[in-house]
Design a protein around this ligand. Structure first.
Ligand SMILES: [Zn+2]
Ligand SMILES: [Zn+2]
Length: 269
């Protein structure tokens, strides 16, 4: 039997998540036979309403309590963070990720030109005003900077632009990585970074996970060996969703699921 993990979970510290407590996700994880879970609360920088990291102390403390409580039951619980990468905030990101004892620092591109492309509300304003070449250029140049910043252990939902971009550009959006993602994957491979298989796409009616099989194949070709799987749960019933299928996909590619401890990866099987 595959050893199941969920390495992308948003508890009630994320402003856009339902108010699900860390402890409630842990109980659910036991029911789902998850062996290890990692909380990845959002850390966003910039405009008003963004996270003030004064809650990080409590967040880590609450994870520590959960670790103690669930240790006898065999559930491993990790402290992670999902950082929305923004140009110009590298020093601030570095300060925070060094200040707290994170197991896993997940980097994500959420904001382009001041709009969240991962949000149903904000993405129309971004996509409607742009042609597909501009989306491609803007997304991948920021992704390249995020990778080269050296701040992250893994990249979350690499082709997240497909989530809402498909409404504006149709299936064309799912091929914009061609010819531009390859050197970025090479860079990730050289830096021993992980690539996340994010299953949230399934509830948005996309055919593939984030990223698509085509990009996973390119990642393998580029030599990336470290992969994680995550549901991107913002509510309790999303925890662990489609993780079995993501693990099966990794296996079909001959790739291994990984876990992280104090930012060091190890294969699960
Ligand atoms: Zn994200
Ligand atoms: Zn997330």
């Amino acid at each position: 039997m595959q050893r199941k993990t969920d390495y992308h979970i948003h508890p009630d510290y994320s402003p856009d998540a339902d108010g699900v407590k860390i402890i409630d996700y842990c109980h659910r994880a036991l029911e789902l036979n998850l062996e290890e879970i990692c909380f990845t609360t959002h850390l966003e920088f910039g405009p008003p309403g963004s996270a003030q990291p004064d809650w990080l102390e409590n967040y880590i403390a609450e994870i520590r309590e959960a670790q103690e409580e669930f240790r006898p039951q065999g559930l491993k619980i990790k402290a992670g963070i999902e950082v929305g990468y923004r140009r110009g905030y590298e020093k601030e990101i570095e300060r925070i990720v060094k200040q707290y004892p994170f197991d896993y620092v997940l980097g994500a591109i959420h904001d382009l030109a001041g709009y969240s492309i991962a949000s149903a509300k904000e993405s129309p304003a971004y996509f409607a005003g742009r042609d597909i070449r501009a989306v491609r250029q803007e997304y991948f140049s920021l992704l390249e900077e995020a990778v080269k910043s050296g701040l992250f252990d893994a990249i979350a939902h690499l082709d997240i632009y497909c989530r809402y971009g498909i409404k504006y550009f149709g299936s064309q959006i799912s091929t914009i990585h061609r010819g531009i993602v390859e050197p970025i994957l090479q860079e990730m491979s050289g830096r021993k970074m992980a690539l996340e298989i994010n299953t949230s796409s399934m509830s948005k009616n996309l055919k593939d996970f984030h990223p698509s099989k085509e990009i996973i194949a390119l990642a393998k070709k580029a030599g990336i060996k470290i992969f994680t799987v995550g549901s991107d749960a913002h509510r309790l019933n999303s925890l662990g969703r489609h993780i079995d299928a993501a693990l099966a996909l990794l296996e079909a590619f001959g790739l291994k699921n990984h876990v992280f401890t104090r930012r060091i990866a190890s294969p699960l099987s």
